[in-house]
Design a protein around this ligand. Structure first.
Ligand SMILES: Cc1ncc(COP(=O)(O)O)c(C=O)c1O
Length: 418
């Protein structure tokens, strides 16, 4: 990036894909054929028997639980560090989310904590491959099998990652993915479920097809936002415009990017009506998805190269804790998350050196007021939430950007001390 200014994020969405989206949005009709083609290509990429496009990952989870007959009085185990919308779905079915702790530096569900959280009412577990890191699926599947528990993989941050050479999403009873603008592949808005269970897929497909189409205006807005992100994070523009705005915003106690893309953490009493009423994907989403899928290995490959360079370069920085990965996990580095006891000071010191970072959007939900009635003791999630910081790892970084980041992080850690 010009003058060593490095954005925290840059989108996989390109102007060419914006043109594709525009062409399809100007047509009328549902374009089911294009959606089905994307579903077919996606399921064959993952290696699953069935794939159904759904409007969001959270609704995908809801539909999977419902189709598996999980509801009143049942318990579903979820990791304590995750996105609030995931456990928020579970009480809508009359079931109870049970929070289990994560590994402190893997950030994913700790198999021992999972096993300790099991009760006679446990029906499902949601191993979440957070930050692009696959969970310890051998251990999780073994425990789940012994206790007759369904495994629903959360692949929202890990499309394309592998575990022991098998793609995530292919390691349990079902899985869900999401393709918002900030994900490693995008359909502007929308998500997917995959499963080998024909009856589960057919039931979900029936519900989705009974709903209306995704709002065209919303998709047009997303395409414009994607284009704006593409321009704003371009090196020629970023250093002179966005970075100064982020620096000034943060000096005033605000993070303009986080504030713009964050979602209010709320819980509903019942499933919002629009989840069902605008559930069908449009051809525009599928057409963009097909192009993104064709580029996914290349995009993920760049993330993996960048992540490994950071792993090696930051391994021995005083005060800094780098991520670790379960045995057999082949992460795609959706995020590169370090810990520091003085996390906010580190973020400020990095910003002064031109490197933008973020605390991200995950929370420790085991101690979150929104889930007070489900509170649990998850010390690793509590600590990770306090100390974690996402460093840039997106595919558009060049080797010299990464070297600049590594050097900047070393100096920043020395400056702030432990
Ligand atoms: C780990 C994880 N699970 C689920 C979701 C929810 O996805 P959606 O917004 O499509 O419901 C997200 C969103 O970013 C996520 O990061």
């Amino acid at each position: 990036m010009a003058l060593g200014r490095i954005p925290r994020f840059s989108p996989s969405f390109s102007p060419r894909e914006a043109l594709v989206a525009a062409r399809y949005l100007l047509r009328d009709g549902p374009d089911t054929e294009m959606v089905e083609r994307f579903e077919r290509e996606f399921r064959s990429y993952i290696g699953a028997s069935h794939a159904v496009m759904v409007p969001s990952a959270r609704y995908g989870l809801y539909l999977l639980l419902e189709a598996m007959g999980i509801g009143e009085g049942d318990e579903v185990i979820v990791p304590a560090l995750t996105y609030f919308a995931v456990p928020a779905m579970i009480p809508l079915l009359g079931a109870r989310p049970v929070f289990a702790d994560i590994g402190l530096t893997t950030h994913v569900l700790d198999p021992e904590a999972f096993e300790a959280a099991i009760t006679p009412r446990t029906r499902a577990v949601v191993p979440t491959h957070l930050f692009g890191t696959p969970c310890d699926m051998d251990a999780i599947r073994d425990i789940a099998r012994r206790h007759d528990i369904r495994v629903i993989e959360d692949c929202a941050q890990s499309t394309g990652a592998r575990y022991r050479n098998v793609r995530v999403g292919n390691l349990g009873d079902a899985a869900y993915y999401t393709f918002g603008l900030t994900k490693n592949m995008t359909t502007l808005s929308g998500a997917m479920i995959t499963t080998d269970a024909a009856a589960v897929a057919a039931r979900i497909r029936g519900i989705i097809r009974a709903g209306g189409l995704t709002d065209k205006k919303k998709l047009a807005r997303e395409a414009l936002t994607g284009l704006a992100m593409f321009v704003a994070t371009h090196p020629a523009v970023y250093w002179a415009t966005v970075h100064p705005a982020v620096v000034v915003g943060n000096a005033l106690g605000q993070d303009p990017i986080h504030d713009r893309f964050g979602e209010a953490e709320v819980r509903y009493d019942r499933l919002p009506a629009h989840y069902r009423s605008a559930s069908q994907a449009r051809g525009a989403q599928a057409a963009v998805g097909l192009r993104q899928l064709a580029r996914l290995e290349q995009l993920n490959g760049a993330r993996i190269r960048n992540g490994r360079r950071l792993d090696a370069g930051l391994a021995h920085v005083p005060g800094l804790t780098v991520p670790s990965y379960p045995d057999g996990a082949e992460p795609i580095y959706m995020s590169f998350v370090v810990h520091h006891p003085r996390r906010d000071a580190l973020a400020a010191a990095l910003r002064r050196r031109g490197v933008d970072t973020t605390v991200g959007y995950m929370s420790d939900l085991s101690s979150h007021p929104l889930f007070a009635e489900f509170a649990a003791d998850c010390p690793n999630a509590r600590r990770a939430f306090r100390e974690l910081l996402h460093l840039p790892v997106h595919p558009n970084l060049r080797p010299r950007d990464l070297d600049h980041m590594i050097e900047a992080t070393r100096r920043a850690c020395l400056e702030i001390g432990a």
